[in-house]
Design a protein around this ligand. Structure first.
Ligand code: SF4
Ligand code: SF4
Ligand code: SF4
Ligand code: FES
Length: 573
């Protein structure tokens, strides 16, 4: 460590690190707009400028490496004037739309204008009149609110390896757009929502389904059923003023009932069901000479990615539908039959940490006889908004349990919410399916954690399996390219579209605060540590579903309801 001087006081810094990192570690707030943790600085916005002794110009702290003897002023009149001018210029042609904007009270531009004391329009610019892009089932783009910080472009290219959006045109006509300026729906966008999470303004947002869900809840003819993904209960609290990483499963279930949902089911139940189907499929592929490595199939952004960029690997993708879609399918078949309800009278809602799930629910493969398995998908953010809209104080509720027959879960199904969770759950059950014995140590440490790529070799009976876990599709791209180049030591690969898995999904709280993502992950593993039921194959409700309805894993009925196939997809890019 070295010592540098900031605002007349010494602070510790690591030689060579960017000044912004040292400032943040010391608790000194310098505003940023284009900075992205973990990515190379772009220096695009200049909001982070500071005065550095001996330098005639202001320096962007996000791109300025510290050196011994450095003397810095972060909030000198010159630095704050420069920041104020940047925001005043950004506001010159910005729509006067705050009251109607999805980001009102949670907008970086608004917050910085307030922080810098901007209370009148200084520069008058002609307002833009770009068309909104509402073509995607997942994402809405409003280029009029874009401040060209470039974060969406960078996350799409550098984290997701997709490059569906980029800067187009030049000078004052520059906007962020798609190839040929067509709608996102025909672009290579995989609907991951990572651009929404990093966007500082209302230029990008999820396509909201709140009004559809409210209409269904008010329709007396509808039985409204809700399921919630494993990551939601350890995240929702953050949006309702509860500390990050607190599991509020019971309170959330009570909130669903207070909102008027007729049944509350847990997607972790169908995560267990997925493990039974996917684990059996893996065993079948391994023992009967099927295509390996097998890829997991529960992350819909990844599925669209492989359809459009690596279609030659589609035979490697598990035929299992995602847990969301499996739940949708059994709700409108087994459950509808059991309750004596016409599936058309069931309105099936899922709450997901994910925007790509909205796209997945609309896929033609995901409906039967014209009836979609899932009618509406809400993100974690939308659920919080709905709870606030209805004036529900979750802290005043008593915790409640989910409903039968799809309310029981193992903690293996619950850890699906973190990168590595599907792999760990699958290995616990694959071991049992192959050897007939329980895995001695259920905790498979090498596949846990937030690293983008994790690998392990696991002994299962006489087999030694090579397994890999990847999150973020740029990491996945690299792994696929290594397979293309001849790598052949892997048997099973878990792919999660979003960094860290569902806990870092595109439907989660805005800003992607890494400490909060870690807290969500810790909460999931704490649930696993404390659970009595830790393996999917011992979930009694899953066993009952097989006995009463499906028969056995990979049965004809399972294939009809729980499996599907994907095909190569043409997109504009
Ligand atoms: S993006 Fe922010 S500043 Fe712009 S209208 Fe929305 S809330 Fe207001
Ligand atoms: S949703 Fe994902 S793939 Fe689509 S533009 Fe945003 S970051 Fe890119
Ligand atoms: S859409 Fe949002 S993230 Fe992308 S450049 Fe514009 S303001 Fe930045
Ligand atoms: S945050 Fe440093 S230049 Fe944008």
């Amino acid at each position: 460590m070295i010592t540098i001087e900031v605002n007349g006081k010494p602070i510790e810094a690591k030689p060579g690190e960017m000044l912004l990192t040292s400032l943040r570690r010391a608790g000194i707030h310098v505003p940023t707009l284009c900075h992205m943790e973990g990515l190379f600085p772009s220096g695009a916005c200049r909001m982070c400028v500071v005065e550095v002794e001996g330098r005639p110009s202001l320096m962007p702290s996000c791109a300025f490496p510290v050196v011994p003897g450095l003397k810095v002023k972060t909030h000198s009149p010159r630095a704050t004037d420069a920041r104020r001018t940047i925001i005043e210029l950004l506001l010159a042609n910005h729509p006067d739309d705050c009251n109607f904007c999805v980001r009102n009270t949670d907008c970086e531009l608004q917050r910085l204008a307030a922080e810098l004391g901007i209370r009148q329009r200084v520069y008058m610019g002609a307002k833009n009149d770009y068309k909104m892009d509402v073509s995607s089932p997942s994402i809405v783009r409003d280029p009029n609110k874009c401040i060209l910080c470039g974060k969406c472009v960078r996350v799409c290219e550098e984290v997701q390896g997709v490059s569906a959006i980029d800067f187009t045109a030049r000078g004052s006509r520059t906007i962020v757009g798609t190839a040929f300026n067509e709608g996102l729906n025909v672009s290579s966008c995989i609907n991951c929502g990572q651009c929404v999470v990093v966007c500082p303004t209302g230029a990008l947002r999820e396509r909201s389904s709140i009004s559809n869900v409210v209409a269904a809840l008010e329709d007396p003819k509808k039985m409204v059923v809700v399921q919630h993904a494993p990551a939601v209960s350890v995240t929702l609290g953050e949006l309702l003023g509860i500390k990050p990483g607190k599991d509020i499963m019971g309170l959330m279930t009570a909130a669903f009932r207070a909102l008027g949902f007729n049944r509350v089911f847990d997607t972790s139940f169908t995560a267990d069901l997925t493990i039974m189907e996917e684990g059996s499929e893996l065993v079948q592929r391994l023992t009967q000479g099927g295509v390996v490595p097998m890829f997991t199939s529960c992350s819909p952004g990844w599925i669209k990615f492989i359809e459009q960029f690596y279609p030659e690997y589609l035979p490697n993708v598990s035929t299992c539908k995602s847990p969301q879609q499996m739940m949708g399918a059994v709700v409108k078949s087994f459950f509808a039959q059991r309750e004596g309800v016409d599936p058309r009278d069931i309105y099936s809602v899922s709450v997901m940490p994910c925007t790509a799930k909205k796209f997945e629910a609309t896929r033609p493969e995901m409906s039967r006889n014209g009836v979609p398995d899932i009618d509406a998908v809400l993100t974690t953010r939308e659920l919080a908004q709905l709870i606030r809209m209805r004036g529900i104080d979750v802290n005043s509720l008593e915790p409640e349990d989910a409903d039968t027959p799809f309310g029981e879960r193992s903690s293996a199904g619950k850890i699906f919410g973190a990168s590595g969770g599907v792999m760990e759950a699958a290995l616990r059950s694959a071991y049992f399916l192959i050897t007939g014995k329980e895995l001695e140590n259920l905790k498979i440490t090498p596949v846990r954690g937030l690293k983008g790529v994790k690998e392990a070799r696991v002994k299962v009976g006489d087999l030694e399996l090579g397994v890999a876990v990847v999150n973020g599709l740029m990491n996945t791209r690299r792994l696929l390219d290594s397979l293309k180049a001849g790598r052949n030591d892997l048997h099973f690969i878990e792919v999660m579209t979003c960094p860290g898995g569902c806990i870092g999904g595109g439907g989660q709280p805005l800003g992607a605060v890494q400490d909060n993502v870690k807290a969500r992950m810790r909460a999931l593993y704490q649930i696993d540590r404390d659970a009595a039921l830790r393996t999917s194959h011992h979930n009694a409700s899953v066993k009952r579903l097989y006995e009463e309805f499906l028969g056995h894993p990979l049965s004809h009925k399972s294939h009809e309801l729980l499996h599907t196939h994907y095909a190569p997809r043409e997109v504009l890019w």
